[in-house]
Design a protein around this ligand. Sequence first.
Ligand code: 9Z3
Length: 312
Amino acid sequence: MVSTWEDFYAKHPPPQDLAQNEQALKEFTRKHLEADKKVVLVTSGGTTVPLEHNTVRFVDNFSAGTRGSVSAEYFLEHGYAVIFMYRVKSLEPFSRHFIGQKFLDLLHISENNETSVITVLPEYTQKVATVLRKYREAFDQKKLLQLTFTSLSEYLWLLRSACQALAPLENKAILYLAAAVSDFYIPSHEMSVHKISSSGPPTISLQLVPKILAPLVSLWVPKAFVVSFKLETDESLLISKARTALNKYHHNLVIANILQTRKQQVVIVSKETDYPLSLTNEQLDNGDEIEQLIVRDLVEKHIKFIRSKEVS
Ligand code: 9Z3
Protein backbone atom coordinates (compact mmCIF):
# COMPACT_ATOMS: atom_id res chain seq x y z
CA MET A 1 0.00 0.00 0.00
CA VAL A 2 1.23 3.55 -0.73
CA SER A 3 0.78 5.99 2.10
CA THR A 4 -0.06 9.60 1.27
CA TRP A 5 2.51 12.40 1.39
CA GLU A 6 0.65 13.91 4.36
CA ASP A 7 1.04 10.59 6.14
CA PHE A 8 4.76 10.53 5.43
CA TYR A 9 5.31 13.93 7.05
CA ALA A 10 3.03 13.02 9.96
CA LYS A 11 5.01 9.87 10.69
CA HIS A 12 8.57 11.15 10.21
CA PRO A 13 9.85 13.88 12.53
CA PRO A 14 11.61 16.87 10.92
CA PRO A 15 15.43 16.91 10.98
CA GLN A 16 16.97 18.79 13.90
CA ASP A 17 18.50 21.53 11.76
CA LEU A 18 15.29 22.24 9.82
CA ALA A 19 14.37 25.49 11.64
CA GLN A 20 17.88 26.85 11.06
CA ASN A 21 17.76 25.88 7.36
CA GLU A 22 14.31 27.45 7.00
CA GLN A 23 15.68 30.72 8.38
CA ALA A 24 18.56 30.65 5.88
CA LEU A 25 16.14 29.85 3.03
CA LYS A 26 13.83 32.68 4.01
CA GLU A 27 16.61 35.27 4.14
CA PHE A 28 18.09 34.07 0.85
CA THR A 29 14.82 34.09 -1.10
CA ARG A 30 13.72 37.43 0.41
CA LYS A 31 16.98 39.09 -0.68
CA HIS A 32 16.67 37.82 -4.26
CA LEU A 33 12.96 38.55 -4.50
CA GLU A 34 13.67 42.17 -3.53
CA ALA A 35 16.43 42.34 -6.14
CA ASP A 36 14.03 40.86 -8.75
CA LYS A 37 16.46 37.97 -9.37
CA LYS A 38 15.71 34.53 -10.72
CA VAL A 39 16.37 31.70 -8.28
CA VAL A 40 16.92 28.00 -8.97
CA LEU A 41 16.69 25.16 -6.48
CA VAL A 42 19.11 22.43 -7.56
CA THR A 43 18.79 19.10 -5.75
CA SER A 44 21.76 16.77 -6.07
CA GLY A 45 23.07 13.40 -4.87
CA GLY A 46 21.28 10.29 -3.67
CA THR A 47 19.04 9.78 -0.65
CA THR A 48 19.56 6.96 1.85
CA VAL A 49 16.87 4.75 3.31
CA PRO A 50 17.92 3.51 6.75
CA LEU A 51 17.28 -0.13 7.67
CA GLU A 52 17.61 0.56 11.42
CA HIS A 53 16.75 3.53 13.67
CA ASN A 54 20.28 3.38 15.08
CA THR A 55 21.53 3.23 11.54
CA VAL A 56 24.38 0.91 10.68
CA ARG A 57 22.98 -0.16 7.32
CA PHE A 58 21.06 1.75 4.69
CA VAL A 59 19.97 1.46 1.06
CA ASP A 60 21.44 4.18 -1.15
CA ASN A 61 20.43 5.69 -4.49
CA PHE A 62 23.16 6.13 -7.04
CA SER A 63 24.34 9.69 -7.76
CA ALA A 64 27.79 11.21 -7.50
CA GLY A 65 26.31 14.72 -7.55
CA THR A 66 27.98 15.64 -10.84
CA ARG A 67 24.78 16.69 -12.63
CA GLY A 68 23.70 18.94 -9.78
CA SER A 69 27.04 20.53 -8.88
CA VAL A 70 28.03 21.25 -12.50
CA SER A 71 24.58 22.63 -13.32
CA ALA A 72 24.68 24.92 -10.26
CA GLU A 73 27.85 26.56 -11.63
CA TYR A 74 26.24 27.16 -15.03
CA PHE A 75 23.07 28.61 -13.46
CA LEU A 76 25.27 31.06 -11.53
CA GLU A 77 26.94 32.05 -14.81
CA HIS A 78 23.51 32.80 -16.25
CA GLY A 79 22.82 35.20 -13.36
CA TYR A 80 20.64 32.94 -11.23
CA ALA A 81 20.86 32.75 -7.46
CA VAL A 82 21.21 29.08 -6.55
CA ILE A 83 19.95 27.03 -3.62
CA PHE A 84 22.07 23.89 -3.79
CA MET A 85 20.47 21.09 -1.77
CA TYR A 86 22.82 18.14 -1.75
CA ARG A 87 23.66 14.84 -0.13
CA VAL A 88 26.39 15.13 2.49
CA LYS A 89 29.80 14.31 0.93
CA SER A 90 28.53 14.33 -2.67
CA LEU A 91 30.06 16.76 -5.18
CA GLU A 92 29.69 20.51 -4.58
CA PRO A 93 30.01 23.39 -7.05
CA PHE A 94 33.59 24.70 -7.43
CA SER A 95 35.31 22.29 -5.01
CA ARG A 96 34.29 19.48 -7.40
CA HIS A 97 37.21 20.56 -9.63
CA PHE A 98 39.76 19.65 -6.98
CA ILE A 99 38.57 16.51 -5.24
CA GLY A 100 40.71 13.80 -3.66
CA GLN A 101 44.23 13.34 -4.87
CA LYS A 102 43.69 15.93 -7.64
CA PHE A 103 43.85 18.63 -4.98
CA LEU A 104 47.22 17.50 -3.65
CA ASP A 105 48.58 17.16 -7.19
CA LEU A 106 48.05 20.93 -7.68
CA LEU A 107 50.41 21.84 -4.89
CA HIS A 108 54.13 22.31 -4.61
CA ILE A 109 56.02 22.26 -1.32
CA SER A 110 59.44 23.76 -0.68
CA GLU A 111 61.39 24.01 2.57
CA ASN A 112 62.80 27.45 3.37
CA ASN A 113 64.77 27.95 6.60
CA GLU A 114 62.70 25.31 8.35
CA THR A 115 59.43 26.81 7.11
CA SER A 116 57.30 24.98 4.59
CA VAL A 117 56.10 27.11 1.70
CA ILE A 118 53.16 25.72 -0.27
CA THR A 119 52.28 27.10 -3.69
CA VAL A 120 50.05 26.10 -6.59
CA LEU A 121 52.10 24.61 -9.42
CA PRO A 122 52.39 27.17 -12.28
CA GLU A 123 50.63 24.92 -14.80
CA TYR A 124 47.52 24.87 -12.57
CA THR A 125 47.49 28.49 -11.37
CA GLN A 126 45.18 29.75 -14.11
CA LYS A 127 42.61 27.04 -13.54
CA VAL A 128 42.65 27.46 -9.75
CA ALA A 129 42.36 31.25 -10.11
CA THR A 130 39.37 30.99 -12.46
CA VAL A 131 37.48 28.63 -10.18
CA LEU A 132 38.46 30.51 -7.02
CA ARG A 133 37.22 33.84 -8.41
CA LYS A 134 33.83 32.39 -9.29
CA TYR A 135 33.61 30.62 -5.93
CA ARG A 136 34.38 33.79 -3.96
CA GLU A 137 31.93 35.84 -5.99
CA ALA A 138 29.13 33.30 -5.44
CA PHE A 139 29.59 33.24 -1.67
CA ASP A 140 30.63 36.85 -1.04
CA GLN A 141 27.65 38.15 -2.98
CA LYS A 142 25.40 35.54 -1.37
CA LYS A 143 24.33 34.06 -4.69
CA LEU A 144 24.78 30.47 -3.51
CA LEU A 145 23.15 28.80 -0.51
CA GLN A 146 24.16 25.23 0.25
CA LEU A 147 22.04 22.90 2.40
CA THR A 148 22.53 19.20 3.05
CA PHE A 149 20.48 16.04 3.49
CA THR A 150 21.35 12.38 3.89
CA SER A 151 18.19 10.29 4.39
CA LEU A 152 15.02 10.27 2.31
CA SER A 153 13.10 11.79 5.19
CA GLU A 154 15.62 14.67 5.60
CA TYR A 155 15.41 15.27 1.85
CA LEU A 156 11.62 15.40 1.82
CA TRP A 157 11.43 17.79 4.79
CA LEU A 158 14.06 20.10 3.35
CA LEU A 159 12.48 20.01 -0.12
CA ARG A 160 9.11 21.11 1.25
CA SER A 161 10.70 23.94 3.25
CA ALA A 162 12.68 25.07 0.20
CA CYS A 163 9.46 25.13 -1.84
CA GLN A 164 7.69 27.19 0.80
CA ALA A 165 10.53 29.71 0.72
CA LEU A 166 10.52 29.80 -3.11
CA ALA A 167 6.75 30.15 -3.57
CA PRO A 168 6.74 33.99 -3.34
CA LEU A 169 9.13 34.16 -6.32
CA GLU A 170 6.35 32.63 -8.42
CA ASN A 171 7.45 32.11 -12.05
CA LYS A 172 10.96 33.49 -11.34
CA ALA A 173 11.83 30.20 -9.63
CA ILE A 174 13.12 27.04 -11.28
CA LEU A 175 13.09 23.69 -9.51
CA TYR A 176 15.78 21.46 -10.97
CA LEU A 177 15.27 18.12 -9.29
CA ALA A 178 18.41 16.17 -10.17
CA ALA A 179 18.78 14.29 -6.86
CA ALA A 180 18.33 10.53 -7.08
CA VAL A 181 15.46 9.93 -4.70
CA SER A 182 14.53 6.52 -3.37
CA ASP A 183 11.23 5.07 -4.53
CA PHE A 184 11.13 2.64 -1.60
CA TYR A 185 11.51 2.93 2.17
CA ILE A 186 10.84 1.16 5.44
CA PRO A 187 8.17 2.99 7.42
CA SER A 188 9.46 4.27 10.75
CA HIS A 189 7.24 1.99 12.87
CA GLU A 190 8.39 -1.13 10.99
CA MET A 191 12.08 -0.37 11.31
CA SER A 192 14.30 -2.24 13.76
CA VAL A 193 15.54 0.00 16.58
CA HIS A 194 18.94 -1.68 16.81
CA LYS A 195 21.34 -3.16 14.31
CA ILE A 196 19.62 -6.07 12.53
CA SER A 197 21.00 -9.37 13.80
CA SER A 198 23.01 -11.40 11.33
CA SER A 199 22.13 -14.72 12.96
CA GLY A 200 19.83 -15.50 10.01
CA PRO A 201 18.86 -13.94 6.65
CA PRO A 202 16.67 -10.91 7.40
CA THR A 203 13.39 -10.30 5.61
CA ILE A 204 13.19 -6.64 4.67
CA SER A 205 9.92 -5.27 3.36
CA LEU A 206 10.05 -1.96 1.52
CA GLN A 207 7.06 0.26 0.78
CA LEU A 208 6.54 2.78 -2.00
CA VAL A 209 7.43 6.39 -1.25
CA PRO A 210 4.50 8.74 -1.93
CA LYS A 211 5.04 10.76 -5.14
CA ILE A 212 6.12 14.12 -3.84
CA LEU A 213 6.02 15.83 -7.25
CA ALA A 214 2.22 15.82 -6.97
CA PRO A 215 1.89 18.23 -4.00
CA LEU A 216 5.03 20.08 -5.08
CA VAL A 217 3.53 21.08 -8.44
CA SER A 218 -0.09 21.51 -7.45
CA LEU A 219 0.28 23.03 -3.96
CA TRP A 220 3.74 24.17 -2.91
CA VAL A 221 5.13 26.02 -5.96
CA PRO A 222 2.22 26.07 -8.44
CA LYS A 223 3.69 29.02 -10.40
CA ALA A 224 7.31 27.88 -10.64
CA PHE A 225 9.08 26.27 -13.60
CA VAL A 226 9.52 22.66 -12.50
CA VAL A 227 12.03 20.29 -14.11
CA SER A 228 12.39 16.70 -12.95
CA PHE A 229 14.89 14.05 -14.03
CA LYS A 230 14.08 10.52 -15.08
CA LEU A 231 16.79 7.90 -14.70
CA GLU A 232 16.46 4.51 -16.39
CA THR A 233 18.79 1.70 -17.37
CA ASP A 234 16.47 0.27 -20.05
CA GLU A 235 16.48 2.60 -23.07
CA SER A 236 13.16 1.31 -24.39
CA LEU A 237 11.32 2.63 -21.29
CA LEU A 238 12.96 6.04 -21.01
CA ILE A 239 10.76 8.36 -23.07
CA SER A 240 7.47 6.69 -22.22
CA LYS A 241 8.27 6.90 -18.50
CA ALA A 242 9.24 10.56 -18.84
CA ARG A 243 5.99 11.30 -20.65
CA THR A 244 3.93 9.43 -18.08
CA ALA A 245 5.48 11.60 -15.35
CA LEU A 246 4.65 14.80 -17.29
CA ASN A 247 1.06 13.75 -17.86
CA LYS A 248 0.64 12.78 -14.24
CA TYR A 249 2.18 15.78 -12.50
CA HIS A 250 1.69 18.51 -15.13
CA HIS A 251 5.07 20.10 -14.55
CA ASN A 252 7.15 21.79 -17.26
CA LEU A 253 9.89 19.39 -18.32
CA VAL A 254 11.44 16.02 -17.74
CA ILE A 255 15.10 15.48 -18.52
CA ALA A 256 15.51 11.82 -19.33
CA ASN A 257 18.83 10.00 -19.05
CA ILE A 258 20.29 6.51 -19.15
CA LEU A 259 22.68 5.65 -16.34
CA GLN A 260 25.59 4.59 -18.55
CA THR A 261 25.40 7.49 -21.03
CA ARG A 262 24.20 10.30 -18.75
CA LYS A 263 27.35 12.40 -19.21
CA GLN A 264 27.06 12.36 -23.00
CA GLN A 265 23.36 12.45 -23.80
CA VAL A 266 20.05 13.49 -22.27
CA VAL A 267 16.59 13.87 -23.80
CA ILE A 268 14.56 16.99 -23.09
CA VAL A 269 10.94 15.92 -22.86
CA SER A 270 8.04 18.39 -22.78
CA LYS A 271 4.33 17.85 -23.44
CA GLU A 272 4.83 18.91 -27.06
CA THR A 273 8.23 17.52 -28.06
CA ASP A 274 11.29 15.54 -27.15
CA TYR A 275 14.79 16.06 -28.47
CA PRO A 276 18.28 14.97 -27.46
CA LEU A 277 21.13 17.14 -26.26
CA SER A 278 24.47 15.43 -26.67
CA LEU A 279 28.22 15.80 -26.80
CA THR A 280 30.47 14.13 -29.37
CA ASN A 281 33.21 11.81 -28.08
CA GLU A 282 35.71 14.52 -28.96
CA GLN A 283 33.85 17.17 -26.95
CA LEU A 284 33.65 14.78 -24.01
CA ASP A 285 37.38 14.10 -24.18
CA ASN A 286 38.03 17.87 -24.30
CA GLY A 287 36.26 18.21 -20.96
CA ASP A 288 33.05 19.79 -22.31
CA GLU A 289 30.10 19.33 -19.97
CA ILE A 290 26.60 18.38 -21.06
CA GLU A 291 25.19 20.45 -18.18
CA GLN A 292 26.28 23.57 -20.08
CA LEU A 293 23.88 22.59 -22.90
CA ILE A 294 21.12 21.59 -20.51
CA VAL A 295 21.28 24.81 -18.51
CA ARG A 296 21.46 27.01 -21.65
CA ASP A 297 18.36 25.27 -23.00
CA LEU A 298 16.47 25.63 -19.72
CA VAL A 299 17.36 29.30 -19.27
CA GLU A 300 15.86 30.03 -22.73
CA LYS A 301 12.73 28.08 -21.86
CA HIS A 302 12.44 29.82 -18.51
CA ILE A 303 12.62 33.27 -20.16
CA LYS A 304 9.81 32.28 -22.56
CA PHE A 305 7.83 30.86 -19.64
CA ILE A 306 8.11 34.12 -17.67
CA ARG A 307 7.11 36.15 -20.77
CA SER A 308 4.10 33.93 -21.43
CA LYS A 309 2.88 34.54 -17.87
CA GLU A 310 3.31 38.32 -18.27
CA VAL A 311 1.13 38.33 -21.39
CA SER A 312 -1.64 36.12 -20.03
C1 9Z3 B 1 19.06 11.92 -12.50
O1 9Z3 B 1 18.55 11.29 -13.38
C2 9Z3 B 1 20.48 12.50 -12.60
O2 9Z3 B 1 20.73 12.94 -13.90
C3 9Z3 B 1 21.57 11.46 -12.18
C4 9Z3 B 1 22.90 12.22 -12.21
C5 9Z3 B 1 21.30 10.95 -10.77
C6 9Z3 B 1 21.62 10.29 -13.14
P1 9Z3 B 1 25.31 12.09 -11.20
O3 9Z3 B 1 24.88 12.77 -9.92
O4 9Z3 B 1 23.97 11.41 -11.84
O5 9Z3 B 1 25.83 13.06 -12.19
O6 9Z3 B 1 26.23 10.93 -10.93
N1 9Z3 B 1 18.38 12.20 -11.35
C7 9Z3 B 1 17.03 11.79 -11.06
C8 9Z3 B 1 16.97 10.41 -10.56
C9 9Z3 B 1 15.63 10.06 -9.97
O7 9Z3 B 1 15.61 9.57 -8.88
N2 9Z3 B 1 14.52 10.30 -10.66
C10 9Z3 B 1 13.23 9.75 -10.27
C11 9Z3 B 1 12.92 8.64 -11.24
O8 9Z3 B 1 13.65 8.43 -12.21
C12 9Z3 B 1 12.13 10.74 -10.40
S1 9Z3 B 1 12.40 12.28 -9.71
O9 9Z3 B 1 11.88 7.98 -11.04
